[in-house]
Design a protein around this ligand. Structure first.
Ligand code: SF4
Ligand code: SF4
Length: 333
């Protein structure tokens, strides 16, 4: 399958993440999956007029291709005569990127949003959003985006949203391989169009701080070992992704690096209404409760857990290194 990758309103971090793919030389892995990279702004030799002519051939239908990947949000502004001109971002100094994406999306067999900007608007759509940035098929949580809620590709799939800021390199590569091999069906996507092979998990799953979470033993300052939910803004219990099961660079994750999960695979993560590293509370209870958990249960469980916290867990939660090891119990006296 032939793949075209365009970069729109973003930081380029999705591409940087993808280039960190750790399971072999990326282009060889793609070739083995049956994917030919026709054009990518960072990986292709063609640039300037040569690149524009190449992509025009695919946009006009003179040449055919299969997968359109878009990284970064689409900038719809400024509006002229009540229509989105897209003039805030012109590709190669020519036509608006918005026009290129609309034309190419109609020719592609599959359309893939790479990263939360392309999927939902993401960081680019934060704040006052003066560029009127939006995702390909979502504007935040709302279906729509620049392709509209009813867009479907040649086999009936919506835009495939490989969300994340940035997405894990495996999510991108595996999604493309599944599309190339006809293994990604509508049932394989969740309600936000995210591939379920990574979105049916929570960041909380596999977090090394799980024991602290169970006993609601929270870290109070950065660098401490406890759970980051109670005081430091962690939203791993609400974030759909397998970051702590499928580690980054084979060994890392935000939590393992000491940072709270900011829910970057979710629409509208970029504007939580509070600093990312703080936990807003009402009457001492975090506002953002875990997915699937009624508030009353959480409150009851938290109170019970706190009253049962072993001294070891409590002490270690606010320490930067293991302070108290688990005691050894003998089964026979
Ligand atoms: S999703 Fe994040 S990493 Fe990717 S382009 Fe947007 S801001 Fe950059
Ligand atoms: S730090 Fe976050 S992801 Fe880890 S156990 Fe606590 S709530 Fe879950």
């Amino acid at each position: 399958m032939k793949l075209i990758w365009l970069q729109s309103g973003g930081c380029g971090g999705c591409t940087l993440s993808w280039l960190g793919y750790a399971h072999g030389p990326l282009l060889e892995v793609l070739a083995e999956a049956g994917i030919e990279l026709v054009w990518h702004p960072s990986l292709s030799a063609a640039s300037g007029d040569e690149a524009l002519a190449l992509i025009e051939a695919y946009a006009s239908g003179a040449r055919s291709f299969d997968i359109l990947c878009v990284e970064g949000a689409l900038l719809r502004g400024p509006w002229l005569d009540q229509l989105p001109s897209g003039n805030f971002h012109c590709f190669g100094g020519g036509k608006p990127m918005l026009d290129w994406v609309l034309r190419l999306a109609m020719r592609a067999r599959h359309v893939v949003a790479i990263g939360s900007c392309a999927a939902f608007g993401g960081i680019t759509a934060a704040g006052g959003n003066p560029t009127d940035a939006a995702g390909l098929q979502h504007d935040g949580e709302i279906g729509g985006g620049v392709l509209g809620p009813y867009f479907r590709d040649a086999v009936g799939l919506p835009v495939v949203n490989v969300s994340g800021c940035p997405p894990h390199p495996d999510w991108i590569t595996e999604t493309l391989a599944m599309l190339a091999q006809g293994r990604l069906t509508a049932d394989g996507l969740d309600e936000f169009g995210r591939p379920r092979f990574f979105a049916d998990r929570l960041v909380h799953h596999g977090c090394p701080r799980n024991e602290y979470y169970e006993f609601k033993a929270g870290a109070e300052h950065p660098g401490e070992q406890g759970c980051l939910m109670e005081n430091l803004g962690c939203k791993g219990t609400q974030a759909h992704a397998d970051c702590n099961l499928r580690l980054w660079n084979g060994e890392g994750s935000c939590l393992r690096g000491g940072f709270p999960c900011i829910r970057c695979t979710e629409p509208e993560f970029e504007e939580p209404g509070h600093p990312f590293n703080t936990t807003p509370k009402v009457a001492g209870i975090p506002i953002g409760l875990p997915a699937d958990m009624p508030k009353a249960w959480f409150v009851a469980l938290a109170a019970l857990s706190k009253s049962a916290t072993p001294p070891r867990v409590k002490e270690n939660a606010t320490a930067e290194r293991l302070r108290r090891a688990p005691s050894v119990k003998r089964s026979k006296k």
